[in-house]
Design a binder for this molecule. Structure first.
Ligand code: DQQ
Length: 549
């Protein structure tokens, strides 16, 4: 029916049919960006997983290629799970992937591009002596997956490969194992783990990548395998990221990586991996980054799952999609986080624009942003200011505020919530709220929360609806800045230039097609809010529905 068909997005990368999850092996190769992804080609749900494959010239428009590898051996008969691709030389491109046996025992396998001179890398051949790795002693057989190269030691041509795992003989400890290999056939496990954190559970899709903290590369990126080229090593830090399936979030921390000692040490252990920062508070998982040599930047992809029923997904004929690829940079202004931001290519999809400025949103009111055209495939940038006098007059406000548990957008406090309502119907019985909420301690310290309230996103009841979000640094001279990309059933929101983000799925029943609207709102009792500027662009659709074969 119409409502289900409307949910299909216009500018996100997705399958033509059926299911996808994790991205794997993103890279630029001989003129093409490649993306591989976990793909069930027969059904709109997880199972019978293969590596789907697509290529693009611009990271916006995609051609779907045949499945790269699928389950066809005893070691991967339950599925060809997540892994990575390494361009070793002109004549060798290797794929490492996770296999699952019939009883779902996990192992690591090698495949090679049959013809590395083919820019599309269409054909892959599995190594005849697979698997190349089984879990080491002490690791249970289904806690061993997602190999990823983190370092190349050019002095002896050795790759360092990380595999995510868990140690339950400790305290439900997430661990990163590191193996050395020269040929991807023989691997040596390093005696100590790269890093571990207790009580956070299995580490999936582990990554380690460099970010520049100063110097000429600050606004660019560093190739994982080329860190030695950076002259001043004191300007490099490494992000360690793990996807934690106890709660389905991608956590990261910034720290110092020593590949020779095989250690990674967080800058601040109170915000270690799994207990501190997340890239995104909503639906964004199993992310994978790559170094883009064309534009000298690091890009991460993460997938966005569904929160409706499997029945609805089968009826739609597709499920899950990839988030907008994001550039990743160290946030030099705060020094505590990275910035993830939609890559600049997406700005080329912007069409007509409507500007608003200086809109006063009185306490307890909403303001519709009208004449913006259809409001379901749009890009919004907004900046808010709150009245300084009223803020200063406030002595103490909501110090214990928490996006998820403090009642969402409808619950009024002194200094929040205020922000936007998207995919809203006229009477606001359906909407998704993206907002800031400021709390103030008696010592005058402000703490800003960035939240997304899905609880009124749809009148349908077979959907998981939550309030998601966390705190975000806002410096003294800064306005409250948000960018929201709405693409039918996907809402990706970025606060403060990408210091944090929240991604939601929304499946409205009324606020679809021309009935979808955008409002400003201010539910604070103690401050008036000024929307200093709001820009709304209609977004073009991308080319994404065609098989190249
Ligand atoms: N998805 C894959 C696993 C990975 C998980 C299976 C993360 O390899 O650990 O589809 O979403």
């Amino acid at each position: 029916n119409d409502m289900l068909a409307w949910q299909r997005c216009g500018f996100h990368f997705r399958t033509v049919r059926n299911y996808m999850n994790d991205p794997s092996g993103p890279m630029y190769y001989k003129g093409w960006y490649h993306l591989f992804y976990q793909h069930n080609k027969d059904f709109a749900y997880w199972g019978n997983i293969t590596w789907g494959h697509a290529v693009s010239r611009d990271l916006i428009n995609w051609e779907h290629l045949p499945v790269a590898v699928g389950p066809d051996h005893w070691y991967d008969i339950s599925g060809v799970w997540t892994g990575s691709i390494i361009v070793v030389s002109e004549d060798r491109v290797v794929m490492l992937f996770t296999g699952g046996t019939e009883s779902k025992a996990q192992n690591i396998n090698l495949a090679e591009a049959a013809d590395p001179s083919d820019p599309l890398l269409l054909k892959w051949i599995k190594y005849d002596k697979n698997p190349v790795l089984w879990p080491p002693p002490g690791i249970v057989r289904d806690d061993f997956r997602d190999p990823n190269p983190i370092w190349y030691d050019s002095s002896d041509s050795t790759y360092h490969i990380v595999v995510g795992s868990k140690n339950d003989s400790l305290q439900h400890t997430g661990i990163a194992l590191v193996y050395l290999t020269k040929d991807f056939k023989k691997f040596d496990l390093l005696p100590t783990v790269l890093h571990s954190v207790d009580k956070v559970g299995m580490w999936e899709c582990v990554e380690v990548y460099p970010v520049a903290t100063a110097g000429p590369l600050l606004h660019k990126a560093i190739d994982n395998f080329d860190v030695n080229r950076v002259l001043d090593r004191s300007t490099v830090k490494h992000v360690l990221k793990a996807s934690m399936n106890d709660e389905w979030h991608d956590y990261y921390a910034i720290g110092t990586f020593d590949p020779i000692a095989n250690t990674w040490i967080p800058d601040d252990e109170t915000v270690d991996v799994g207990i501190g920062l997340r890239y995104d508070w909503g639906k964004f998982y199993a992310s994978r980054s790559f170094f883009d040599p064309l534009k000298q930047r690091r890009i991460i992809w993460g997938y966005i799952g569904e929160v409706d029923s499997q029945k609805a997904d089968i009826a739609k004929g597709w499920a899950s999609l990839q988030g907008i690829p994001r550039s990743v940079l160290y946030d030099v202004k705060t020094g505590t986080n990275v910035l993830t931001w939609p890559i600049e290519e997406f700005e080329s999809l912007r069409m007509t624009r409507k500007d608003f400025s200086g809109i006063m949103i009185n306490k307890g009111s909403t303001v519709e942003l009208s004449d913006i055209g259809d409001a379901y495939q749009i890009d919004i940038e907004a900046e808010f200011k709150i009245s300084k006098e009223e803020l200063e007059a406030t002595i103490e406000a909501d110090v214990g505020y928490n996006c998820s548990t403090s009642g969402g957008a409808a619950t009024r406090g002194t200094l929040g919530p205020f922000g936007l309502l998207v995919l809203a119907n006229q009477d606001l019985t359906e909407n998704t709220a993206t907002y800031f909420y400021v709390s103030k301690g008696t010592d005058g310290a402000l703490r800003t929360h960035f939240c997304q309230d899905e609880t009124r996103s749809s009148k349908a009841n077979d959907i998981v609806k939550r309030v998601v979000g966390g705190t975000v640094p806002v410096l003294d001279d800064e306005t409250f800045a948000v960018r929201i990309l709405v693409d039918h059933s996907v809402i990706e929101s970025f606060a403060m230039g990408g210091r944090t983000s929240t991604t939601s799925r929304a499946y409205p029943t009324e606020a679809i097609n021309s009935a979808a609207r955008v409002f400003l709102f201010n539910n604070a009792t103690g401050v008036n809010v000024i929307a200093e500027s709001v820009k709304i662009w209609q977004m073009n659709s991308t080319y994404n529905d065609f098989y190249h074969f």
